[in-house]
Design a protein around this ligand. Structure first.
Ligand code: ADP
Ligand code: MG
Length: 231
């Protein structure tokens, strides 16, 4: 699904040049659940954002779903992003002024889905995520764990080819964090392809492959034996 070769990313400000990614090679197959780990500032979010077409890159090649993503303009990136990729962020990124229903409906509006189909799809996913009783509530009326469930629902409602999660449990206590990880694990078992950035070795154990970044380079890649034994 993803082939990345020799990927590099340099952030330039007036004074400073930061090489956030340096010659990264990274492949993802359909149905994999991959964790990206590594110290703060090593380039995890940069890699995830490039994969998610939220950010451009300076060198190397990136193919997604058998199409080259190299040298695309923002307009082309955004079209692919809206249709094919669902994001879950550490801080949930819900819109406070919109209800749970409206937050989940938003990607469908962006993708110009008709109103009746939007109703059906949002209701279906509300049921699937066990948050139907919260449809009319606003994000601030929910616990962190419930907010992240809404964010996962929003990421899934367009049935994306790829789910990207950047420290999805980072703002949650262990009970709520576990619920979100169980949700991601269920999705993976139903066939979803997921790439997750995490600080937590515990959370990484839910995935089937762990890659470790350091100073913008992949320094280790391992299959998650624990998970393989369980399966
Ligand atoms: P991580 O997610 O692993 O903590 P990041 O990918 O966010 O790391 O950042 C990698 C490096 O790139 C860091 O040194 C960070 O300061 C720098 N960086 C990230 N985003 C920007 C930006 N928008 N402008 C300048 N530097 C950035
Ligand atoms: Mg980060």
């Amino acid at each position: 699904m993803i082939q990345i070769k020799g990927l590099s990313k340099i952030y330039r400000t007036d004074e400073l040049e930061t090489k956030a990614l340096n010659a990264v090679n990274f492949d993802v197959k359909k149905g994999e659940f991959i964790s990206i780990m590594g110290p703060s500032g090593c380039g995890k979010s940069t890699l995830l954002n490039i994969i998610g077409l939220l950010d451009s890159f300076d060198g190397g090649t990136y193919d997604f779903l058998d199409k080259s993503m190299t040298g695309l303009k923002e307009k082309q990136r955004s079209a692919i992003r809206k249709e094919k990729i669902g994001f879950v962020f550490q801080n949930f990124n819900l819109i406070d002024e919109l209800s749970v229903f409206e937050n989940i409906e938003l990607p469908l509006i962006y993708n110009k889905v008709s109103k009746s189909e939007r109703q059906n799809k949002v209701n279906e996913i509300l049921e699937r995520m066990n948050i139907a009783h919260r449809a009319k509530h606003f994000p601030q009326q929910l616990s962190g764990g419930q907010q992240q469930r809404v964010a996962v629902a929003r990421a899934l409602v367009c049935e994306p080819a790829l789910i990207l999660a950047d420290e999805p449990t980072g703002n949650l206590d262990s009970k709520n964090g576990n619920e979100v990880m169980e949700l991601l694990t269920d999705l993976h078992q139903q066939g979803a392809t997921i790439i997750m950035v995490t600080h937590s070795a515990y959370d990484a154990n839910f995935s089937n492959k762990i890659i470790e970044l350091k100073d913008g380079q992949i320094v280790a890649e391992k299959q998650n034996k624990k998970l393989i034994e369980i399966v």
